[in-house]
Design a protein around this ligand. Sequence first.
Ligand code: SF4
Length: 437
Amino acid sequence: MAKMVTDVICPFCGTLCDDLEVSVSDDGTKILDVYNACAIGAEKFLHSQAKDRVTRPRMKQEDGSWKEVTYDEAIEYTAKMLADARKPLMYGWSSTNCEAQAVGTELGEMVGAVMDNTATVCHGSTLIAVQDVGVPSCTLGEILNRADRIVFWGCNPAHAHPRHMSRYSIFPRGFFTGKGAKGRKMVVVDPRVTDTAKTADIHMQVEQGRDFELLTALRVAFKGEWLPDFVGGIPKKTIYEVADVMKSGRFGIIFFGMGVTQSLSKNHNIDQAICVTRDLNEYTKFNIMPMRGHYNVTGSGEVWGWLHGFPYALDLSRGFARYNPGDTTSNDLLMRDEVDSVFVIGSDPGAHFPNSSVKKIWDLPCVCMDPHLTPTTAVCKLHVPVAFVGVETGGCAYRMDNVPIECRKVVDPPEGMPTDLEFLERVVARVKELKGA
Ligand code: SF4
């Protein structure tokens, strides 16, 4: 006999779909099938059942081999590494719940760490732009029910957020959007002909790195003023046409991704995209929203925002909070040899940082707390597997529109395996002992 767990939250991408159904064995130990999720979301649940899953901490030996250790030994190593460090880097935080992020921040305060999350290599520039010029935004529910003008700029939800278009932005019929996709106009701006671009009403195939110019040209076109024949490779006729499409809607949204945040001009692109949105509010209601990747990267920014006022690149090493992206960001610190140990929590810098930074991590004492085997677990000194948040334990996560959602536990973790919150709480207790606090 199987039982069905309903209203399950998918802990994979920032869409945080909340309508999954998971079939579980009667004794509550095995996931049998996952319904309603996209392929990558379903895989996250099924992967927790993998036969080759690592279920005990492993310490790297001198000869490069791995030796299994107990969780008590792992707590001791992690606590000593952090307590002895002059300036540890505590990086990641995007694939865990807000409760663990809060306890981790307490730990960071105690050991004078620099806390950074994965925004440092994705939407950090967005956060800087929001601090510069503010952000007119809304919720995904409002988009489902109201939006008739949708712009995807430098993002490809068909692959990166596979249910975004079917649940919220393009296909569903909402309260004021009863015709579904037929009542919405979709514009995609991307140098590549992506699967998202193929479904658009208008695809502006901007030249690589020319987003800032095109955004500026749109602001000119809103006013009907003069434009050169081409901007960023786009004919002026198309720019005027897109400007008219945006102005003529009742409710619009610009979703943007790393194609704009990490291309030339970085946060200035987002400054300009927010100004485009602000200009459009002279004519209609328009909003802008980043397509956040990890399911709780938004939450880590929120938690640090409440606690210290800054959403990433949070330097606690002087006993008070400092924030200076480009200086207190992970890659800059690693390249300047400014940190002397690394604690990675629920993320994978081994896969996403430049090779030169990964080499620095390899040379330093490094603990990686992650349920998966990743490139980072290969370069760390101690790998601590923990329960999957959203599968084997619950907790709060923030969707890409800053809406907090309570994840559900579906099955028990392997016997004896702590959650990341439990592991962090025990490290905090041990650091307190070591520091005589
Ligand atoms: S779109 Fe994202 S949150 Fe929704 S099921 Fe797929 S991976 Fe999970």
